[in-house]
Design a protein around this ligand. Structure first.
Ligand code: PBG
Length: 317
């Protein structure tokens, strides 16, 4: 009775990686229990997720082809758009979130359009020779959001960290009759080493450089609050902090300052560490899994994106 935080699957969001093909269920090497799923397999998975009391999923896409304008992200026949239509047809009551980003669809793996800087003579693709161009990237992100909404995505979740993308997405959605489609902004997303296994799962590791020009410095909590403030001013309905366990202070501060629904992303590296230690017999898997999820909720996140959603829901049932 005196317990202050109660863990429940009602706030879980389960990430899915959708790949081309049929009957594909390919386990991600660094994330035991997580798969690349073709659309038919994803539909089965979502039915199971829903039956476990998990209300929501978030979709990531592995396109057939990648290019330098991320065509696969915003095409009406893109992999996430197709998957959304199939999932909403089969399991209409599940809340589908669409991760809006370009990295999985770009041949170079960056979250925006890359421009080569003039005046650099070295032939090696080293840091500093390239630049991410913000505003043209935002245009593609807005296009991606609109095509996802048209396909039936219920909540648009931009994860790219370009400046001004929430405002651009809000405006294109409103102009096209999607004024009731909410935006969950990955508002405080840090440039983190904990994303390693995800980049294998989504085949989205940058081919050169890193994401520090657009993702946040892990040292900065005040800047994180300013990023959140800006996303809310641009029209975000809900906000996210990412990663989770190493950033509980950021979650707690965001909870204290902003009266909007708050999500946290327990990212791939957090999942992989718990899995690996448990496989070695070094920690108690179920206990640490539930403790980590409880801590994220205690810090103030009412919604948790987690690869543990199914396992945790089963234990909590
Ligand atoms: C896309 C994106 C990433 C994650 C979610 N959306 C990768 C990145 O920024 O490199 C990471 C999620 C995870 O590690 O589980 N930009």
């Amino acid at each position: 009775m005196v317990r202050e935080t109660r863990l429940s699957p009602a706030g879980f969001i389960y990430p899915l990686f959708i790949c081309p093909g049929e009957g594909v269920r390919k386990e991600v090497r660094s994330m035991p229990g997580v798969f690349n799923l073709s659309i038919d397999e994803a539909v089965k998975e979502v039915a199971e997720v829903k039956a476990l009391g998990i209300p929501s999923i978030i979709l990531f896409g592995l396109p057939e082809k990648k290019d330098v304008v991320a065509t696969g992200a915003w095409a009406d026949e893109g992999i996430v758009q197709q998957a959304t239509r199939a999932i909403k047809r089969a399991v209409p009551e599940v809340l589908v979130m669409g991760d809006v980003c370009l990295c999985e669809y770009m041949s170079h793996g960056h979250c925006g359009i890359v421009k080569k800087l003039e005046g650099h003579s070295s032939s090696k693709a080293a840091e500093g020779e390239y630049e991410i161009v913000n505003d043209p990237s935002v245009e593609l992100l807005a296009k991606t959001a609109l095509s996802q909404a048209r396909a039936g995505v219920d909540i648009i979740a931009p994860s790219d960290m370009m400046d001004g993308r929430v405002g651009a997405i809000r405006s294109i959605l409103d102009k096209n009759g999607f004024e009731n489609t909410p935006i969950l902004a990955y508002a405080a997303k840090f440039a983190s080493g904990f994303y390693g296994p995800f980049r294998e799962a989504a085949d989205s590791a940058p081919a050169f450089g890193d994401r520090r020009a657009y993702q946040m410095d892990p040292a900065n909590i005040r800047e994180a609050m300013r990023e959140i403030e800006m996303d809310l001013a641009e029209g975000a309905d809900m906000i996210m902090v990412k990663p989770a366990i190493a950033y509980l202070d950021v979650i707690a501060e965001a909870r204290r300052r902003f009266d909007v629904p708050l999500a946290a992303y327990q990212v791939s590296g957090e999942y992989a560490m718990i899995k690996a230690a448990a496989q070695n017999g070094w920690i108690d898997h179920d206990r640490v899994m539930l403790e980590s999820l409880l801590s994220i909720q205690r810090a103030g996140a009412s919604m948790v994106l987690t690869y543990f959603a199914k396992e945790a829901a089963r234990l909590l049932a």
